[in-house]
Design a protein around this ligand. Sequence first.
Ligand SMILES: [Fe+2]
Length: 340
Amino acid sequence: MGHLAGSYVGLLTTRRVLLVEDDDMVREALGTVLHRAGHFVLPVASAADAMDALSLVPFDMVLSDVVLPHGSGFDVAAHARRVRPGLPVVLMSSFVAEDLVTAPTHAADAFLRKPVMPGQILELITGLTTGVRAEVAKARSIAPPAHSRLYTATDTVRGLLHLISMRDTYTLEHSRRVRRLTNRLARAIGLPDEQVKEISLAAWVHDVGKIAVPGSVLHKTGPLTPDEMVLMRGHAVAGAAILASLGMPPQIVNTVRHHHERYDGDRTCRYHGYPAGLAGDEIPLSARILTVVDAFDAMTTPRCYRTPVSVKDALREVQDLAGMHFDPNVARVFLEMMSV
Ligand SMILES: [Fe+2]
Protein backbone atom coordinates (compact mmCIF):
# COMPACT_ATOMS: atom_id res chain seq x y z
CA MET A 1 0.00 0.00 0.00
CA GLY A 2 2.71 2.44 1.05
CA HIS A 3 4.71 1.81 -2.12
CA LEU A 4 1.65 2.27 -4.32
CA ALA A 5 0.71 5.49 -2.57
CA GLY A 6 4.19 6.82 -3.22
CA SER A 7 4.09 5.88 -6.89
CA TYR A 8 0.96 7.99 -7.41
CA VAL A 9 2.53 11.14 -6.06
CA GLY A 10 2.64 13.65 -8.88
CA LEU A 11 -0.21 11.96 -10.76
CA LEU A 12 -2.85 13.41 -8.46
CA THR A 13 -5.39 15.66 -10.06
CA THR A 14 -8.33 17.30 -8.35
CA ARG A 15 -11.29 14.98 -7.79
CA ARG A 16 -14.69 15.96 -6.51
CA VAL A 17 -15.35 13.79 -3.48
CA LEU A 18 -18.63 13.52 -1.62
CA LEU A 19 -17.70 12.77 1.99
CA VAL A 20 -20.57 11.36 4.05
CA GLU A 21 -19.80 11.06 7.76
CA ASP A 22 -21.93 11.97 10.75
CA ASP A 23 -19.08 12.07 13.26
CA ASP A 24 -17.98 15.73 13.24
CA MET A 25 -14.38 14.98 14.17
CA VAL A 26 -13.91 12.19 11.63
CA ARG A 27 -15.60 14.26 8.91
CA GLU A 28 -13.37 17.22 9.66
CA ALA A 29 -10.21 15.08 9.75
CA LEU A 30 -10.94 13.23 6.51
CA GLY A 31 -12.04 16.44 4.81
CA THR A 32 -8.75 18.06 5.76
CA VAL A 33 -6.74 15.12 4.40
CA LEU A 34 -8.58 15.24 1.06
CA HIS A 35 -8.47 19.01 0.87
CA ARG A 36 -4.73 19.11 1.54
CA ALA A 37 -4.19 16.52 -1.18
CA GLY A 38 -5.78 19.00 -3.62
CA HIS A 39 -9.24 17.46 -3.89
CA PHE A 40 -12.54 19.29 -3.77
CA VAL A 41 -14.60 17.90 -0.88
CA LEU A 42 -18.25 18.36 -0.08
CA PRO A 43 -18.75 17.11 3.49
CA VAL A 44 -22.28 16.13 4.52
CA ALA A 45 -23.51 14.47 7.72
CA SER A 46 -26.53 12.38 6.69
CA ALA A 47 -27.65 9.93 4.01
CA ALA A 48 -30.46 12.30 2.99
CA ASP A 49 -28.06 15.22 2.41
CA ALA A 50 -25.73 12.90 0.49
CA MET A 51 -28.53 11.83 -1.84
CA ASP A 52 -29.51 15.45 -2.44
CA ALA A 53 -25.92 16.41 -3.19
CA LEU A 54 -25.55 13.49 -5.63
CA SER A 55 -28.38 14.92 -7.70
CA LEU A 56 -26.68 18.30 -7.89
CA VAL A 57 -22.95 17.88 -8.27
CA PRO A 58 -21.10 15.59 -10.71
CA PHE A 59 -18.81 13.97 -8.15
CA ASP A 60 -15.90 11.73 -9.10
CA MET A 61 -16.23 9.56 -6.02
CA VAL A 62 -18.29 8.92 -2.89
CA LEU A 63 -16.67 8.13 0.44
CA SER A 64 -19.33 7.21 2.96
CA ASP A 65 -19.70 5.93 6.47
CA VAL A 66 -22.13 2.98 6.74
CA VAL A 67 -24.09 3.99 9.85
CA LEU A 68 -25.71 7.37 9.19
CA PRO A 69 -28.74 9.44 10.15
CA HIS A 70 -31.67 9.23 7.69
CA GLY A 71 -30.48 6.04 5.97
CA SER A 72 -27.25 4.12 5.63
CA GLY A 73 -24.12 4.13 3.51
CA PHE A 74 -25.71 1.30 1.50
CA ASP A 75 -28.65 3.58 0.66
CA VAL A 76 -26.21 6.27 -0.43
CA ALA A 77 -24.32 3.74 -2.57
CA ALA A 78 -27.52 2.42 -4.18
CA HIS A 79 -28.69 5.98 -4.91
CA ALA A 80 -25.29 6.87 -6.36
CA ARG A 81 -25.48 3.83 -8.65
CA ARG A 82 -28.92 4.93 -9.81
CA VAL A 83 -28.24 8.60 -10.52
CA ARG A 84 -24.62 8.29 -11.66
CA PRO A 85 -23.93 4.79 -12.97
CA GLY A 86 -20.29 3.79 -12.61
CA LEU A 87 -19.52 6.40 -9.94
CA PRO A 88 -16.97 4.82 -7.57
CA VAL A 89 -18.29 4.34 -4.02
CA VAL A 90 -16.17 3.52 -0.99
CA LEU A 91 -17.86 2.57 2.29
CA MET A 92 -16.23 2.89 5.70
CA SER A 93 -17.21 1.17 8.92
CA SER A 94 -15.72 -0.02 12.16
CA PHE A 95 -17.49 -3.34 11.62
CA VAL A 96 -16.41 -4.58 8.21
CA ALA A 97 -16.18 -8.34 7.73
CA GLU A 98 -12.83 -9.53 6.38
CA ASP A 99 -14.39 -10.93 3.20
CA LEU A 100 -15.84 -7.51 2.32
CA VAL A 101 -12.43 -5.86 2.65
CA THR A 102 -10.81 -8.40 0.35
CA ALA A 103 -13.70 -8.93 -2.07
CA PRO A 104 -16.16 -6.03 -2.12
CA THR A 105 -19.68 -6.84 -3.26
CA HIS A 106 -21.71 -5.02 -5.90
CA ALA A 107 -22.81 -2.59 -3.16
CA ALA A 108 -19.52 -0.69 -3.21
CA ASP A 109 -16.19 -0.60 -5.01
CA ALA A 110 -14.28 -0.88 -1.76
CA PHE A 111 -14.80 -1.21 1.98
CA LEU A 112 -12.47 0.39 4.48
CA ARG A 113 -12.29 -0.55 8.12
CA LYS A 114 -12.19 2.39 10.52
CA PRO A 115 -10.02 4.04 11.63
CA VAL A 116 -9.12 4.79 8.04
CA MET A 117 -5.55 5.70 7.16
CA PRO A 118 -5.14 8.84 5.01
CA GLY A 119 -2.81 7.00 2.59
CA GLN A 120 -5.47 4.33 1.98
CA ILE A 121 -8.04 6.91 0.98
CA LEU A 122 -5.78 8.90 -1.31
CA GLU A 123 -4.64 5.70 -2.99
CA LEU A 124 -8.23 4.58 -3.54
CA ILE A 125 -9.24 7.93 -4.99
CA THR A 126 -6.47 7.76 -7.54
CA GLY A 127 -7.04 4.09 -8.28
CA LEU A 128 -10.81 4.29 -8.65
CA THR A 129 -11.03 7.55 -10.58
CA THR A 130 -8.22 7.04 -13.08
CA GLY A 131 -8.43 5.28 -16.41
CA VAL A 132 -11.16 4.05 -18.71
CA ARG A 133 -13.60 3.14 -15.94
CA ALA A 134 -13.55 6.68 -14.62
CA GLU A 135 -13.91 8.13 -18.11
CA VAL A 136 -17.00 6.02 -18.77
CA ALA A 137 -18.50 6.96 -15.41
CA LYS A 138 -17.86 10.63 -16.05
CA ALA A 139 -19.30 10.57 -19.55
CA ARG A 140 -22.42 8.77 -18.29
CA SER A 141 -22.89 11.15 -15.40
CA ILE A 142 -22.41 14.36 -17.35
CA ALA A 143 -23.96 13.64 -20.75
CA PRO A 144 -27.57 14.80 -20.95
CA PRO A 145 -30.13 12.14 -21.91
CA ALA A 146 -30.39 11.79 -25.71
CA HIS A 147 -34.02 12.84 -25.76
CA SER A 148 -33.46 16.13 -23.90
CA ARG A 149 -32.63 19.49 -25.35
CA LEU A 150 -28.98 20.42 -25.05
CA TYR A 151 -29.83 22.85 -22.27
CA THR A 152 -32.67 22.91 -19.82
CA ALA A 153 -33.14 25.43 -17.04
CA THR A 154 -32.54 22.63 -14.53
CA ASP A 155 -29.22 21.67 -16.15
CA THR A 156 -28.13 25.29 -15.98
CA VAL A 157 -29.14 25.48 -12.33
CA ARG A 158 -27.16 22.31 -11.57
CA GLY A 159 -24.07 23.82 -13.19
CA LEU A 160 -24.47 27.00 -11.15
CA LEU A 161 -24.89 25.01 -7.95
CA HIS A 162 -21.68 23.21 -8.74
CA LEU A 163 -20.04 26.59 -9.06
CA ILE A 164 -21.51 27.74 -5.74
CA SER A 165 -20.35 24.58 -3.98
CA MET A 166 -16.78 25.23 -5.11
CA ARG A 167 -16.90 28.63 -3.44
CA ASP A 168 -19.08 28.36 -0.41
CA THR A 169 -20.55 25.25 1.23
CA TYR A 170 -22.92 27.27 3.42
CA THR A 171 -24.57 28.90 0.40
CA LEU A 172 -25.05 25.50 -1.24
CA GLU A 173 -26.76 24.02 1.81
CA HIS A 174 -28.76 27.19 2.47
CA SER A 175 -29.95 27.18 -1.17
CA ARG A 176 -31.09 23.59 -0.91
CA ARG A 177 -33.13 24.23 2.23
CA VAL A 178 -34.60 27.45 0.86
CA ARG A 179 -35.63 25.68 -2.36
CA ARG A 180 -37.54 23.00 -0.41
CA LEU A 181 -39.35 25.43 1.84
CA THR A 182 -40.08 27.89 -0.98
CA ASN A 183 -41.62 25.08 -2.97
CA ARG A 184 -43.91 24.23 -0.01
CA LEU A 185 -44.85 27.86 0.56
CA ALA A 186 -45.59 28.51 -3.13
CA ARG A 187 -47.90 25.47 -3.13
CA ALA A 188 -49.55 26.55 0.13
CA ILE A 189 -50.23 29.95 -1.43
CA GLY A 190 -51.90 28.14 -4.31
CA LEU A 191 -49.65 29.09 -7.21
CA PRO A 192 -50.03 26.95 -10.36
CA ASP A 193 -47.51 24.14 -10.90
CA GLU A 194 -45.53 25.99 -13.56
CA GLN A 195 -44.97 28.97 -11.26
CA VAL A 196 -44.11 26.71 -8.34
CA LYS A 197 -41.44 25.12 -10.55
CA GLU A 198 -40.04 28.50 -11.58
CA ILE A 199 -39.91 29.89 -8.07
CA SER A 200 -38.27 26.70 -6.79
CA LEU A 201 -35.54 27.01 -9.43
CA ALA A 202 -35.09 30.68 -8.51
CA ALA A 203 -34.85 29.74 -4.82
CA TRP A 204 -32.17 27.18 -5.64
CA VAL A 205 -29.92 29.75 -7.30
CA HIS A 206 -31.01 32.90 -5.48
CA ASP A 207 -27.54 33.54 -4.07
CA VAL A 208 -25.51 32.58 -7.15
CA GLY A 209 -24.36 36.22 -7.36
CA LYS A 210 -22.24 35.62 -4.26
CA ILE A 211 -19.69 34.26 -6.71
CA ALA A 212 -19.02 37.92 -7.53
CA VAL A 213 -18.47 38.89 -3.87
CA PRO A 214 -14.79 38.96 -2.81
CA GLY A 215 -13.83 36.07 -0.53
CA SER A 216 -12.63 38.48 2.16
CA VAL A 217 -16.19 39.83 2.41
CA LEU A 218 -18.09 36.60 1.77
CA HIS A 219 -16.22 34.68 4.49
CA LYS A 220 -15.74 37.56 6.94
CA THR A 221 -16.69 36.55 10.48
CA GLY A 222 -17.10 40.05 11.93
CA PRO A 223 -19.58 42.79 11.02
CA LEU A 224 -19.28 44.23 7.51
CA THR A 225 -18.12 47.81 6.94
CA PRO A 226 -20.44 50.03 4.86
CA ASP A 227 -18.25 49.44 1.78
CA GLU A 228 -18.27 45.70 2.33
CA MET A 229 -22.03 45.83 2.78
CA VAL A 230 -22.31 47.40 -0.68
CA LEU A 231 -20.21 44.58 -2.17
CA MET A 232 -22.28 41.93 -0.40
CA ARG A 233 -25.56 43.50 -1.50
CA GLY A 234 -24.28 43.47 -5.07
CA HIS A 235 -24.98 39.72 -5.15
CA ALA A 236 -28.65 40.24 -6.02
CA VAL A 237 -27.87 42.18 -9.20
CA ALA A 238 -24.87 39.98 -10.03
CA GLY A 239 -27.01 36.85 -9.67
CA ALA A 240 -29.71 38.27 -11.94
CA ALA A 241 -27.07 39.22 -14.52
CA ILE A 242 -25.55 35.73 -14.48
CA LEU A 243 -28.95 34.08 -14.93
CA ALA A 244 -29.98 36.50 -17.68
CA SER A 245 -26.75 35.85 -19.57
CA LEU A 246 -27.53 32.12 -19.45
CA GLY A 247 -30.92 32.72 -21.02
CA MET A 248 -32.95 31.88 -17.91
CA PRO A 249 -36.62 32.99 -18.04
CA PRO A 250 -37.22 36.61 -16.93
CA GLN A 251 -39.45 35.45 -14.04
CA ILE A 252 -36.52 33.59 -12.51
CA VAL A 253 -34.09 36.44 -13.19
CA ASN A 254 -36.42 38.97 -11.55
CA THR A 255 -37.11 36.77 -8.54
CA VAL A 256 -33.38 36.60 -7.88
CA ARG A 257 -32.86 40.31 -8.54
CA HIS A 258 -35.53 41.35 -6.03
CA HIS A 259 -35.26 38.76 -3.25
CA HIS A 260 -33.87 41.37 -0.83
CA GLU A 261 -36.47 44.11 -1.33
CA ARG A 262 -38.52 45.25 1.68
CA TYR A 263 -42.30 45.13 1.44
CA ASP A 264 -42.72 48.62 2.97
CA GLY A 265 -40.06 50.05 0.64
CA ASP A 266 -38.44 51.85 3.59
CA ARG A 267 -35.14 53.20 2.33
CA THR A 268 -34.10 54.92 5.54
CA CYS A 269 -33.50 52.02 7.90
CA ARG A 270 -30.17 50.19 8.09
CA TYR A 271 -31.69 47.04 6.60
CA HIS A 272 -33.34 48.78 3.69
CA GLY A 273 -34.45 46.78 0.70
CA TYR A 274 -32.25 46.45 -2.35
CA PRO A 275 -31.34 46.69 -5.18
CA ALA A 276 -34.25 48.78 -6.48
CA GLY A 277 -36.00 49.89 -3.27
CA LEU A 278 -39.33 48.57 -4.60
CA ALA A 279 -42.41 48.33 -2.36
CA GLY A 280 -45.59 46.23 -2.12
CA ASP A 281 -46.88 44.81 -5.38
CA GLU A 282 -43.99 46.36 -7.32
CA ILE A 283 -41.95 43.46 -5.96
CA PRO A 284 -42.70 40.24 -7.87
CA LEU A 285 -44.80 37.85 -5.73
CA SER A 286 -42.20 35.12 -6.28
CA ALA A 287 -39.53 37.38 -4.73
CA ARG A 288 -41.82 38.25 -1.79
CA ILE A 289 -42.25 34.52 -1.13
CA LEU A 290 -38.52 33.85 -1.40
CA THR A 291 -37.69 36.74 0.95
CA VAL A 292 -39.65 35.18 3.82
CA VAL A 293 -38.10 31.73 3.43
CA ASP A 294 -34.60 33.11 2.87
CA ALA A 295 -34.78 35.22 6.04
CA PHE A 296 -36.26 32.36 8.08
CA ASP A 297 -33.49 29.95 7.04
CA ALA A 298 -30.78 32.54 7.66
CA MET A 299 -32.16 33.19 11.16
CA THR A 300 -32.35 29.52 12.12
CA THR A 301 -28.97 28.40 10.72
CA PRO A 302 -25.80 28.68 12.83
CA ARG A 303 -23.00 30.77 11.32
CA CYS A 304 -19.53 31.35 12.66
CA TYR A 305 -20.41 34.97 13.48
CA ARG A 306 -23.88 34.38 14.94
CA THR A 307 -25.79 31.85 17.00
CA PRO A 308 -29.06 30.76 15.44
CA VAL A 309 -32.43 31.68 16.91
CA SER A 310 -34.98 28.95 17.63
CA VAL A 311 -37.67 28.15 15.07
CA LYS A 312 -40.23 29.64 17.49
CA ASP A 313 -38.33 32.93 17.77
CA ALA A 314 -37.73 33.07 14.02
CA LEU A 315 -41.46 32.61 13.38
CA ARG A 316 -42.21 35.40 15.87
CA GLU A 317 -39.77 37.62 13.97
CA VAL A 318 -41.57 36.86 10.71
CA GLN A 319 -44.83 37.81 12.41
CA ASP A 320 -43.35 41.02 13.87
CA LEU A 321 -41.93 42.10 10.51
CA ALA A 322 -45.05 41.27 8.48
CA GLY A 323 -46.09 44.41 6.63
CA MET A 324 -42.62 45.90 7.08
CA HIS A 325 -39.96 43.55 5.79
CA PHE A 326 -42.37 40.88 4.57
CA ASP A 327 -45.57 40.79 2.56
CA PRO A 328 -48.20 40.30 5.32
CA ASN A 329 -50.24 37.82 3.26
CA VAL A 330 -47.21 35.71 2.39
CA ALA A 331 -46.04 35.85 6.01
CA ARG A 332 -49.47 34.72 7.22
CA VAL A 333 -49.51 31.63 4.96
CA PHE A 334 -45.92 30.87 5.97
CA LEU A 335 -46.78 31.04 9.67
CA GLU A 336 -49.84 28.84 9.15
CA MET A 337 -47.78 26.33 7.16
CA MET A 338 -45.02 26.19 9.76
CA SER A 339 -47.37 25.83 12.69
CA VAL A 340 -49.00 22.66 11.31
FE1 LIG B 1 -29.42 36.72 -0.98
